[in-house]
Design a protein around this ligand. Sequence first.
Ligand code: GUN
Ligand code: ZN
Length: 652
Amino acid sequence: MAAFELLERDGLARRGRLETPHGTIETPALLPVVHPDPARQPLSPREMRARLGIRAVITSSYITWRTPPLRATAESRGIHGLLEFDGPVMTDSGAFQQHAYGSVEVGPDEILAFQNTIGADIGTVLDRFTEPESERDDAASALETTLERARVARSQREGLLAVPVQGGRHEDLRLRSAERASEFADVLAVGGVVPLLEQYRFPELARALAAARPGLNPGAAVHLFGTGHPMTFAFAALWGVDLIDSSAYHKFARRGSLLFAEGTVSIDGIREDLCHCFLCAELPLPEVARRPVAERERRIAFHNLLTSVEEIGRVRQAIRDGTLWELAERRATAHPALRAGLAEATRHPEVFLPTEPLSRRAFREVMPDSRTRPAVARFRRCVEEYGRDRPLPARLHRVPLRPEYLARIPTEDRGGRSIEWVCETPLGTVPVELLDLYPVGPYLGVDEFVDRPGHRPASAVTAELRERSELDADLDRDWSEEWTRRQVRALLSVAYGPEIAAAVGEEARGARSHRTGRLRTIGADGNPWFVIGTDGFPRPTFHGASRLLAFLPEGRSRVVVSYDAVPFVSRGRSVFSRFVTRADPNLVPDETALLVDRADTLLGVGRLLLAPHEMPRLRRGVAVRVTAHAKAPVPVDEVEESPAEPSDRGSD
Ligand code: GUN
Ligand code: ZN
């Protein structure tokens, strides 16, 4: 077990790798469904690899088993011999045939043994396919059967095991299924959803995923059975799906349908060269339409697989860039049903928030629904909480102002009463001192272009304030210092709570960029304690962390590492998850934590790759990337003997 390693993430979505006996699968990965009978397969797996870079495929062990000549070949030459493919091969078990034809003629033990015999890299338990319409009692008893089979299968298989997650539309059953399957599975395969995908019932799919998700072991790879259309890949990845299978490339080809990430196009109506993929460049689509059936099918299947491979590449790139929500939203415009599915996803922020990063490089509005992303849900909670901690504002004003005008805006009236200023933004009402924070700080939306306030000289701002001024405030004084103080407190309060903000704020001062006027550092005696990046969050330096240590209660903002990792972490090596003994459960990915040993001695600071709840379960790879540390870097020759993993894989 523990075959999955997470390398990079965007919320629940992960870029990772799954080790198999026939090589590593880079995830999210597309596994084309190939027919075990080469005569019924429009493209051979070998050709898929040579021309499209396909690394892994999935096939049916059940069809192989029940077709004597295929079975004989598979038994003598293995499934890799039958498919003439030496990359990773996942085999399915026959549950889908139960869905399609009502029954399967093989028992769970026999089909598992067969998958072992033919050398499947990932074998699948014979589950009971639960239709979305199944009543609760039936779904529950089918689930027990599947789980019992999984328990037996685990004891009879050494290789990677996929355990389907069923439960139909019953949310508690989906959760239980995910939790119990997690005890046995290297691959958690969310099943019973083909009817939802075929009928574009994406909100129901979202509810099934939302229900199962909290129960899925983060240390296992997640497969979603049946998501063949490339327009759905970003949506699937958003939930943390690592493996996607596609029979759609072939199924759609049979009926003359071309798959694009933007939707489906029937070849019959095509008169223009819509596609210039290398295949369509060879023979334009209007001509493909007139070819004999077999050639036409083969060419369309090839094109379909090509657009699917391209899209899974875009998904992986989006995870690297932190733009997967944007990609998913763009894809959702392909079909209103998919948009409805995405809207349903945002109704489950609790599913996304534990792994939602502190910030991303940018926040681009794609559609009105962009304003309901989990990042926004978190930000609204943060603003509310900040408001709760504050005295009631003496005055509340809605000002369309950016922080560069701060010198002109008074923080108190002539009577010395505090004036609280808030700004109306596309993401709601935000106190002015929090305007730099992600997502509102880097927010780029239509409003900026529709109703652009333009740059106004500070004198104009003063004039406007004066005009509106029912305030008895001194508008000629320079208020920058006050704003800096207020902003320092506000940011520290958001990060560590009001008491710590008050204590640290006593000693530390903020410094602004001369060029942009934005707060850049918080520190004292010329030492920065916190550095503030473009996401607006103060991140402690090593020096700052050592000061924070005194203020924060034990455990808070900490990741505790075991003693054998101390020499490495204190010299700047990444913290591998298996050396984490405890982590503050309130930390989130990308947040900067204090790295300490068990005696609470500071070793360094680093950014979380994993959420705290994932650290005990993802035993392979990096949990925290160290950004500043106590000692000089570890010499290279010592690294070889380290108890840490031999290379810093994953920190690429
Ligand atoms: N293929 C499509 N859906 C399913 C499913 O629910 N279970 C299995 N084993 N295979 C599938
Ligand atoms: Zn094409």
